[in-house]
Ligand binder design. Sequence first.
Ligand SMILES: NC(=O)N[C@@H](CC(=O)O)C(=O)O
Length: 424
Amino acid sequence: MNNWIISGASVLGGEPADIFVRDGVIADSAPDSAQRLDATGLIALPGLVDLHTHLREPGREDAETVETGSRAAALGGYTAVCAMANTDPVADTAGVVEQVWRLGKDAGLVDVQPIGAVTVGLAGERLAELGAMATSAARVRVFSDDGHCVHDPVLMRRALEYVKAFDGVIAQHAEEPRLTVGAQMNEGDTSARLGLAGWPAVAEEAIIARDVLLAGHVNSRLHICHVSTAGSVELIRWAKSKGWRVTAEVTPHHLLLTDDLVEGYDPVFKVNPPLRTEADVLALREGLRDGTIDIVATDHAPHTVEDKECEWAYARPGMVGLETALSIVVEAMAGTDRLWERIADWMSATPARIAGLSGHGAGLAVGEPANLTLVDPAVRWTPGPAELASRSHNTPYAGRELPSRPVATFLRGVPTVLDGKAQK
Ligand SMILES: NC(=O)N[C@@H](CC(=O)O)C(=O)O
């Protein structure tokens, strides 16, 4: 099953070429018995890598499981995802991260790399067993309390220092909690008009300012999750100009959607951090283009109907995103020079490097594992929430026509998606 001749694909948007896969590895020829796939008109990209996925297992299998989330990922063109630690129980021990890692292997649709919690129970009081998670079978390198901010500066400093021993990285959910008590949406004109409590940009920016200084001070690796404001982009640009080891992600939804969508009070638009203004969206796009923001990460956050389709104030924040991420990036970043090459960097090579995932993001060079996706750049499609493979259907794009879509995905030469259909 893992010898292939994929013919006529435009590699990273360049000239059409044949891609040979031999025993799951990109090769310069394939045996006569290899299966053939006519990829004329399709773009070949390295398999996408998501640094920020909520798979919900263990604990909220009614919203998503490792298997259903893996299937959604493969359909979205991904070959690896990093599973966030805010499960129940929290992934704050070697036992839980190994459980998630094994479930990923059993599902066999993408490589599932668990993220470990920074603090016990995400409570922000004591450091979790970072070393034990790093040396476990799951080889954790990314640690995050995502959903919660590591708001104590001393704990944050200790975490940054601790992970240096194994070249780990702390992925911070930047939200000063005292500034967002009761917050329901972006603080600004729209929140004032709607009478909803605001989540001010400064709550994100204050933590980013503090943490880039801390990362510089202890010379450790900091990654900023889901950057959402123009001011955050400026701070990260400044931190990078100092040579500090800071990386940052933006979500597809923050590159496209704005806070005026909240006017209909549809909780599908409730997300953390909240949708911001047009000026923020434009600054995020510019930050991604100029390299201030390193990657696009989905923050795929599945929630059940009960948790989402209720009054705005009671709805949980989050949107599913794995199956629409590539389309949204194509739409939001249209007009960017060499867009497919940039997408390969933003959504594969750089996230793989930040997460320390070997075998992913290396491109389509001979000798590399055949982790790749084939994208139909010309197709337009309209997501119907019930057709998405994710167990939860909280997509903000239902009924919206989107450009481009992955149609085939290969994990080490084995197709996980063919003809737009999951293979298991
Ligand atoms: N991004 C979200 O809106 N939700 C995340 C956690 C979080 O960051 O609040 C979730 O786990 O649902």
